[in-house]
Design a protein around this ligand. Sequence first.
Ligand code: ATP
Ligand code: MG
Length: 275
Amino acid sequence: MSKVIALANQKGGVGKTTTAVNLGIGLAAEGKKVLLLDGDAQGNLTDSLGFHEPDSLSVSLATMLVKGMTEEPYEPREGILHHHEGIDLMPGNIELSAVEVALVNTMSRETIMRSYVDSVKADYDYILIDCMPSLGMMTINALAAADSVIIPVQAHYLPAKGMTQLLQTVARVRRQINPKLAVDGVLLTMVDSRTNFAKDISFVLRRDYGDKLRVFNTEIPLSIRAAETSAKGKSIYAHDPNGQVAKAYAALTKEVQDIGSERRSARQHKADQSR
Ligand SMILES: Nc1ncnc2c1ncn2[C@@H]1O[C@H](COP(=O)(O)OP(=O)(O)OP(=O)(O)O)[C@@H](O)[C@H]1O
Ligand SMILES: [Mg+2]
């Protein structure tokens, strides 16, 4: 069974794309079949994986969504790129902003991405969707297509208000479109262990949200090595294999896989009890 995870936070620059790359490649290193979807018109995910001119690609996620909107038949695998560290990528680019506008006047406008995801799901164990920094139609589409969401949060910024808005959006999508949508957890990124401030944010997050939400045990350290990877078009495992960020993303990969098995055993437990 495949799992679809959206990386979402309407705040910009919190580590969504970096997490998509390194969680995706981390899962591939564990033998999983992984597709990354670049759901951001900035095309940062595409760029970070070494396809440095996303706007020049003739087929992208936007192409697939337009075909979905016009109900034209299409081959969903067309345009999928392969990255040498073992993952597939459906690239994204500037054309997604036009799609976002067009979606507003489309029937089933919230579920166009879900139809696309459903058409390729059978080929993958994990599909990760990198969202843009907004709660617009594209993010709603990603949440509608996803089984769960991971919320990266930058450790030097108190997220209280933005988090409430994001969680309200998740709750609305769950009520209206996608009842199975779960929040896998909040991921602290760019943690500068030299400052107490990061420790305070970690504490406040766990205190205020810890009973409702998982805050991943793994925290991603702040490191220039992580910031360097996107220009190189590779993961942190290839760029700095022995560094702290590579270790952290490998630990996150394990935590994310464990969530799947926890949920399965919770379901099994329930089924056993009702027998
Ligand atoms: N652990 C880290 N340490 C230092 N820099 C990092 C780390 N993770 C990401 N960065 C850098 O921080 C910037 C923002 O990261 P990223 O692009 O992953 O965030 P984002 O949430 O996807 O941003 P956007 O909202 O614009 O899509 C990038 O320049 C990235 O290279
Ligand atoms: Mg991004």
